[in-house]
Design a protein around this ligand. Structure first.
Ligand code: IPD
Length: 304
């Protein structure tokens, strides 16, 4: 029987709202925080509790599906197979969350045959919901958890500029006219740090210094919300070296459905691998996407 992606979407939305209530109920002044890779790679008891909640709800609703979550991931063991797999970040933007900086979200994706098929990204602090279903478009909704008729916003098709489908959205320009998001992430040493440092410098610097003099550079602290902002057309491009599948899976579906593109780290390789750690999201546009991506790779080298 064909997989009912819309039913999966409905389940993910209801789980996202429940998770959002748990996140909002957290007492930030007394929250206990642990570290993972290093001192800036943090996990809180709320991340873990939300993942337990999400995993139990999704396993009950879809017992045959695989589940990959940030807080239960085991390096070298956890894999995304061809089976339907929920790919979950219970709180994307944990640093923002512990600082009460209201740019963090629950990121719930379903990947089928290693391709993102459903995406639900919910920012409980702003009650802002992004959703996408493969082949059915993507949407944003404000005041999303309120009852209908009591302030809940209408679902607006993405991208917001262009009225849907991506191809009507304004053409992309070069980097000097682009609004770009780029993150430091938690890895602060080794090749990945050097790549990020080089990329930040080259994006920011003037042309005389060999840079692209990017119109605006932002670091907003949530990979999933960066990708959704590209889907909405609010950012032109987002790049990061060091993301994991749970940072990108849900947003990837939302971006695709808005006419945007997710590009892996290899120059000229327009198809992507879910396991790649270097990701670039480009908003939907009536043209200029490939030119902007080529300018970007040309600037930072081979992207690795
Ligand atoms: C992180 C955030 C951050 C990005 C990191 C992610 P987390 O997710 O999305 O913006 O730079 O690469 O790991 O740890 O808050 O779930």
């Amino acid at each position: 029987m064909a997989l009912d992606l819309q039913a999966v979407h409905d389940t993910l939305v209801s789980v996202a709202f429940e998770a959002g209530r748990m996140i909002l109920a957290a007492n930030l002044s007394g929250i206990s925080t642990d570290t993972k890779l290093n001192a800036v790679d943090i996990v809180t008891e709320t991340d873990q509790a939300v993942e337990r909640l999400v995993s139990s709800r999704l396993r009950a609703a879809y017992p045959d599906f695989d589940f990959v979550g940030e807080e239960t991931y085991k390096p070298g063991v956890t894999r995304i197979s061809d089976a339907p797999t929920f790919v979950v970040d219970p709180i994307d933007g944990t640093q923002n969350f512990v600082h009460a900086f209201p740019n963090a979200c629950v990121s719930l994706g379903l990947v089928v045959d290693r391709v993102p098929a459903v995406g639900v990204v919910y920012n409980p602090f702003q009650d802002l919901l992004f959703t996408g279903v493969k082949g059915k478009g993507s949407f944003v909704q404000r005041n999303a958890s309120l009852p209908a008729g009591r302030g809940r916003g209408d679902k607006q098709r993405l991208p917001l500029l262009g009225g849907g489908a991506g191809d009507k959205a304004p053409r992309l320009g070069d980097l000097s006219t682009s609004l770009v998001s780029i993150e430091w992430g938690s890895q602060r040493d080794g090749d990945n740090f050097e790549l990020k440092a080089r990329t930040f410098r080259r994006l920011a610097a003037s042309r005389e210094l060999g840079g692209g003099m990017t119109g605006g550079l932002r670091s907003l602290g949530s990979a999933a919300l960066n990708i959704c902002a590209c889907a909405a057309g609010q950012l032109d491009l987002y790049w990061e070296g060091g993301c994991y599948a749970w940072d990108v899976a849900a947003g990837w579906c939302i971006l695709n459905e808005a006419g945007g593109m997710m590009v892996g780290g290899n120059p000229g390789q327009w198809d992507t691998e879910i396991d790649s750690r270097v990701y670039m999201a480009v908003r939907g546009a009536s043209g200029g996407q490939r030119e902007l991506i080529k300018e970007f790779w040309g600037l930072i080298g081979d992207g690795r």
